[in-house]
Design a binder for this molecule. Structure first.
Ligand SMILES: [Zn+2]
Ligand SMILES: [Zn+2]
Length: 218
């Protein structure tokens, strides 16, 4: 697969484009917050002749869904996320005020619910859905067990896209909309730290890490 990361909007959200050799693409939190950022995303998609098949959200805090309206409109896909976070799409104005993040156009409703154990798949790329509540009720991580060749590199270890569940050296805050630190820690320990140690983690904010490195903190 090809993996491209973008860091978007004033909250520095890491968004990802995963694509296969046929040009099918999965977008994870492509949270473009301005026209320039939308154009940067569109340019990458056009230049690489990609067809967007899925628009995935790790969770529905506003900083992660700012690009949804643009992506949905431009590529004809609907956002997919966990049902327990869906209520936050009704609170986009409130979140915009609370976070001080301008809302240019609200995200459309979810077109598909993703739950624990589901998989999202295009040819050659299979993502497993892992539900870890606590940063938000419906927070999910996407786990790619066998990424194969990534950006021309062979024998790449498993990849994890956990949104704001876990960061390099810390975890997500639990003081927002149904957050719960106990549930978060329990979920991280039982569902993420049990993944292979060499798994490369691409958090929703900040630098990459590995499961082995994060295990030290728990
Ligand atoms: Zn968040
Ligand atoms: Zn975030």
């Amino acid at each position: 697969m090809n993996l491209k990361a973008f860091t978007f909007n004033s909250f520095g959200v890491n968004g990802f484009v995963l694509s296969n050799d046929s040009g099918d693409a999965i977008l994870i939190d492509p949270s473009a917050g301005s026209e320039q950022e939308e154009q940067a995303l569109a340019r990458y998609i056009e230049t690489n002749h990609l067809t967007v098949r899925h628009l995935l959200n790790t969770h529905l805090h506003l900083d992660h869904v700012l690009g949804n309206a643009f992506v949905a409109k431009t590529y004809g896909v609907q956002p997919e996320a966990h049902e327990e976070d869906a209520f936050m799409l009704d609170l986009q104005e409130e979140q915009s005020e609370m976070f001080g993040l301008p809302l240019r156009e609200p995200s459309p409703a979810l077109g598909n619910y993703l739950a624990e154990g589901d998989t999202v798949e295009i040819d050659g790329i299979k993502l497993q859905v892992i539900h870890v509540a606590g940063h938000s009720p419906g927070g999910i991580a996407f786990f790619c067990k066998n990424p194969g060749e990534v950006n021309g590199q062979k024998n790449v270890p498993p990849l994890l896209f956990p949104g704001d569940i876990i960061f390099a050296g810390s975890r997500g805050r639990s003081d927002l909309f149904g957050g719960d630190d106990h549930a978060l820690v329990t979920g991280i320990k039982s569902k993420l730290l049990t993944l292979p140690k060499e798994t490369v983690v691409f958090p929703g904010h900040g630098p990459m890490t590995t499961i082995g490195d994060e295990s030290r903190w728990y």
